[in-house]
Design a protein around this ligand. Structure first.
Ligand code: NDP
Length: 318
């Protein structure tokens, strides 16, 4: 079978391409900079790449740019979307590429009669950010939606970009009778294949590279190998539908630091919280629906270890 992966040079997408090639797929991979070895070398070196990986140039904001990559594919994995937390112009740098880019990719999918299902990489960012209280008893599940007004008020621009993109994707899928599934992972960590540092792995690197404090926040975490597998399962299992939250565990930053300290006692890690407010409470995210994709999560401690080993190997640690 032939599938397309958009944004193939990225962190999650590279792991997805690796797994797709391992499972025998032919992969049409879209990248922004096909002539930049830093963005493509790691892909071209993957087992099976010589025989079954083809690169296509496509920018999210360029209309019809994805037609060639998507034409003739049985499935499409749309992962490309900017993930940055500090930006100068949120509309231009995050919201436009996320929202218009998603509609652009879905537009190309609807033109290609070969495409049976589209799997969109959304995020827990499009699920969990609204005014509903989050306490240790609360269980967030796929029925939750983030609230764009809440995101604007809190100036959570990346979260807003993912929320608007997923909303628009569902509207497009419904209007065009498209078989679409979304994968909604929490913060993704685990082995890096690419040669540039992505935002979620950077959050671990920062703690080791001399951060004075850890954030007063609780976040969900999941291993990139489970995320890649979930994407493929969501394509392959005929009954897969709707959204799938992916979270192995939710922990406060202080717990993350404790795990790092236990695994790497010689590292200098932050000792105090960024503020002296009460510690942000944790919450739960339902694992029920993801079970139907056959996902058995890699435990957080192992994911952290794999991340640090990979950051070391790629010289991202000071
Ligand atoms: P990366 O930054 O590694 O990947 C982002 C990808 O999007 C890159 O391939 C990048 O291309 C591409 N991209 C960005 N802007 C454009 C553009 N204008 N045109 C074409 N391609 C573009 O991040 P991740 O792998 O972490 O993110 C992948 C997806 O997963 C995103 O949709 C993100 O929102 C989602 N996600 C990530 C989570 C995480 O914790 N990592 C959690 C939940 C969801 P280039 O390499 O050229 O910059």
């Amino acid at each position: 079978k032939t599938v397309c992966v958009t944004g193939a040079s990225g962190y999650i997408a590279s792991n997805l391409v690796k797994l797709l090639l391992q499972r025998g797929y032919a992969v049409k991979a879209s990248v922004r900079y096909p002539n930049n070895p830093a963005k493509t070398d790691h892909l071209l070196k993957l087992d099976g790449a010589k025989e079954r990986l083809h690169l296509f140039k496509a920018d999210l904001l360029e209309e019809d740019a994805f037609d060639a990559a998507i034409d003739g594919c049985d499935g499409v994995f749309h992962t490309a979307s900017p993930f940055f937390t500090s930006v100068a112009d949120p509309e231009k740098e995050l919201i436009e590429p996320a929202l218009k880019g998603t509609l652009n990719v879905l537009g190309s999918c609807s033109k290609a009669s070969s495409v049976k299902r589209v799997v969109v990489t959304s995020s827990l960012a499009a699920v969990a950010f609204n005014a509903r209280p989050k306490t240790p008893e609360v269980v967030i599940d796929e029925t939750w939606f983030s609230d764009p007004e809440f995101c604007k008020e809190m100036k959570l621009w990346y979260v807003l970009s993912k929320t608007l993109a997923e909303e628009a994707a569902w509207k497009f899928a419904e209007e065009n009778g498209m078989d679409m599934v979304t994968i909604n992972p929490a913060m993704v960590i685990g082995p890096l294949l690419q040669s540039t540092l992505n935002t979620s792995a950077e959050s671990i690197a920062n703690l080791i590279n001399g951060a004075e404090t850890y954030a007063n926040s609780s976040l969900g975490w999941v291993n990139v190998k489970d995320v890649a597998n979930a994407h493929i399962q969501a394509f392959e299992i005929p009954s897969a539908n709707g959204r799938y939250c992916l979270v192995e565990s939710v922990v406060h930053s202080s717990e993350l630091v404790e795990i790092l300290r236990k695994l790497y006692p010689s590292y200098r890690l932050p000792e105090k919280c960024a503020d002296d407010k009460p510690l942000a409470t944790t919450f739960k995210v339902s694992k029920e629906k993801a079970k139907s994709l056959g996902i058995e999560y890699i435990p957080l401690e192992q994911s952290i270890k794999e991340t640090v080993e990979s950051l070391k190997e790629k010289n991202f640690l000071k």
